[in-house]
Design a protein around this ligand. Structure first.
Ligand code: PLP
Length: 386
């Protein structure tokens, strides 16, 4: 296709999708490859969207979302982070990914430099590449205790010409979460060097030792170049709704409005009423969901510990397990074999950039029955191929 930009043609497809496409036609595969719960969206959220649909909320909305939803986001952040975020700094987006795309469009172009803490969800780096940017990956350090941030490496990577630093906390796929002291150091560095800090907090409720993860909103000023990406997808089981939100500094308001107008012209009206219900009535669902994830995490950890050649990396956030299989260096090949021969869908580590090359990711936000069955199949496969 000569008409397509060279960098798009050269861009690698998602290795996770490569495995998914192979498994798609195999009946009875247990798919743990994608980052989503196997629960449908709770009824109290769906009912509100249906009510709004039937009530005729089928028109264009305000670009930044219906006022009721912006107010619900404001109250929600106030409740969890004791921080009042002005309405002008809030925009509803077509899921977290759309928020990231808007930021890339706004700040990156051919030749600009973006730094990403890896292992990272691959779509983020692809959005930067699509915008034309050069991406520098800074891997987390891995030890028996889990993942940790190499602050010196981050500071070194954010050299002259860097426009943007992206990190997710809690992270996909590692579950790593930033501490307040680290966040303060990172924010001070981006402030001093004039770099936009993108904090992806889409897993902020899926933590196992506190009700909510630390947010950069807790320490930032309203005019800091801090952009917080969030989503309804993970915490409220709403991946298919494609709804999220973005918090940005005061001065970014006209840019947010322009870019939303020229991308999507605002989100889907009636779905936004469902999202209001998620934020205002969703606490007991979130609590139950996190407990279910905790159970999933324990099942997987317990089973992986008994499998031959397998070593799991410790994690305390999001809903993924990362593990290594001794002797496996080509994780894409391994995941393709496992999906065909064991009928379990896994995600190959090489998809997530530096630091995850030899690891394999699975999503444990699934029913205990599905996880048990998947672990049985994986166990059998590993014993047969030992
Ligand atoms: C770290 C991270 N950020 C953003 C997203 C985007 O989620 P969505 O576009 O469904 O809101 C994902 C999805 O997997 C993710 O893992």
């Amino acid at each position: 296709m000569d008409l397509v930009r060279d960098e798009i043609i050269a861009m690698e497809d998602s290795p996770i999708l490569e495995v998914w496409r192979m498994g798609f036609s195999i009946p009875d595969v247990i798919g743990l490859w994608a980052g989503e719960p196997d629960l449908p969206t709770p009824a109290f959220i769906c009912d509100e969207a249906i009510r709004a649909l039937k009530a005729g909320h089928t028109f264009y909305t305000h670009n930044r979302g219906i006022p009721e939803l912006r107010m619900a986001i404001r109250n929600y952040l106030q409740c969890h982070y004791a921080k009042d975020i002005a309405d002008d700094r809030i925009a509803v987006t077509t899921a977290g990914m759309n928020a990231v795309q808007i930021l890339c469009q706004a700040m990156l172009g051919p030749g600009s430099k973006a730094v990403v803490i890896t292992p990272s969800w691959p779509n983020i780096m692809r959005a930067m590449t699509i915008a034309g940017a050069d991406v520098t990956e800074v891997p987390l350090r891995r030890s028996n205790a889990g993942w940790s941030l190499d602050l010196d490496a981050v500071f070194e990577a954010c050299g002259p010409g860097t426009k943007m630093l992206y990190l997710a906390s809690p992270a996909n796929p590692t579950g790593w979460a930033i501490s307040q002291a680290e966040a303060e150091a990172v924010l001070a560095m981006t402030r001093a060097r004039g770099i936009a800090l993108i904090s992806d907090e889409v897993y902020h409720r899926i933590v196992y030792d506190r009700p909510v993860a630390f947010s950069f909103l807790q320490i930032a000023e309203a005019d800091d170049a801090l952009f917080v990406v969030n989503s309804f997808s993970k915490n409220w089981a709403m991946t298919g709704w494609r709804m999220g939100w973005l918090i940005y500094p005061e001065k970014f308001l006209p840019i947010a409005e322009k870019l939303i107008q020229f991308n999507t012209s605002g989100g889907q009206a009636f779905l936004q009423y469902g999202a209001v219900a998620a934020l205002t009535q969703g606490e007991s669902f979130v609590a139950e969901f996190v407990e279910r994830c905790r159970r999933g995490r324990d099942i997987v950890a317990h089973r992986l510990a008994t499998m031959p050649r397998v070593r799991e990396v410790a994690s305390n956030g999001s809903f993924y397990s990362m593990f290594e299989v001794e002797g496996v260096s080509d994780t894409l090949r391994f995941c393709k074999d496992v999906v065909v021969l064991a009928r379990v869908g896994l995600a190959p580590g090489l998809a997530f950039g530096r630091g995850a090359e030899t690891l394999i990711r699975l999503c444990y936000a699934k029913s205990p029955e599905n996880l048990d069955a998947a672990m049985d199949r994986l166990d059998t496969y590993l014993r047969q191929t030992a």
